[in-house]
Design a protein around this ligand. Structure first.
Ligand SMILES: C[S@@+](CC[C@H](N)C(=O)[O-])C[C@H]1O[C@@H](n2cnc3c(N)ncnc32)[C@H](O)[C@@H]1O
Length: 224
């Protein structure tokens, strides 16, 4: 299940539903279409790590409709989700992006510039847990998006919760792992980590959470 094309296909939806969703959702801006194409052309197989268009639109809507001013992203890749989040911020809003890969994020930097969003986005290269742990442990972020190494989701979540404002949202992608979370035979390391993460989130009384069947599964947790 790990090799489906996340950008085009949802492995958890019946056949034909994904295209139907796509044509009944607002289309992405041209710049995002270009970014998706250039990512596929340049990075080939790993391009499947990019989020899908409907999740991108949802991220813009969540950011804008909650009035978020400060955002943080864990896992930037070539920048699709970061452009979507930054688009939802006001002109003086800020997005902090965490990633380890200079190559992939250099394409993100190009697109931030092209989108006129480079003034709103800062990239910190290095392990995200180190980057977040170095931030003041004060509630200052309004929205966070987790989309990096699956075995560290719990670490990211625990580092982020104290840094989120009350009412702030932590959004975590790939929490259904292509449906493998409900397949007891699947003991793959990412699947086990995400199962444990999902269990911990629902038992966490610092937040209210909903797990949505969007894309590869999306948890939205609101800090109480
Ligand atoms: C699934 S991709 C992110 C996709 C991105 N959100 C998008 O919309 O295209 C995962 C990213 O997490 C990054 N990553 C993996 N381990 C990391 C770590 N320990 N700290 C920071 N970033 C990490 C990878 O370099 C990769 O760019």
């Amino acid at each position: 299940m790990a090799n489906f094309d996340r950008a085009a296909d949802s492995p958890i939806l019946a056949r034909g539903i994904q295209p139907y969703i796509a044509i009944h959702s607002s289309p992405p801006e041209e710049l995002l279409v270009d970014l998706a194409e250039e990512t596929r052309r340049t990075f080939r197989d790993v391009a499947r790590m990019q989020i899908g268009t409907e999740l991108g639109t949802l991220l813009t809507m969540l950011t804008a409709s909650t009035g978020a001013r400060r955002a943080i992203e864990v896992g930037t890749f070539t920048g699709y989700s970061s452009v979507c989040i930054a688009r939802g911020l006001p002109a003086d809003g800020q997005l902090l992006c965490c990633d380890v890969n200079e190559d992939w994020t250099s394409l993100a930097r190009e697109y931030w510039k092209r989108a006129g969003l480079d003034g709103r986005i800062e990239l910190r290269l290095g392990p995200a847990a180190t980057t977040i742990a170095a931030l003041p442990a004060e509630p200052s972020y309004d929205i966070a998006f987790i989309d990096a190494d699956k075995t560290s989701y719990q670490t990211y979540f625990d580092l982020l919760v104290p840094r989120m404002r009350v009412g702030g949202l932590i959004v975590a992608d790939n929490v259904l792992q292509g449906g493998d979370v409900v397949d007891a035979a699947s003991q793959e390391v990412n699947v086990r980590a995400i199962r444990a993460f999902n269990q911990a989130v629902v038992a966490d009384n610092r937040i209210q959470a909903v797990l949505l069947a969007v894309s590869d599964g999306l948890t939205i947790a609101r800090k109480l």
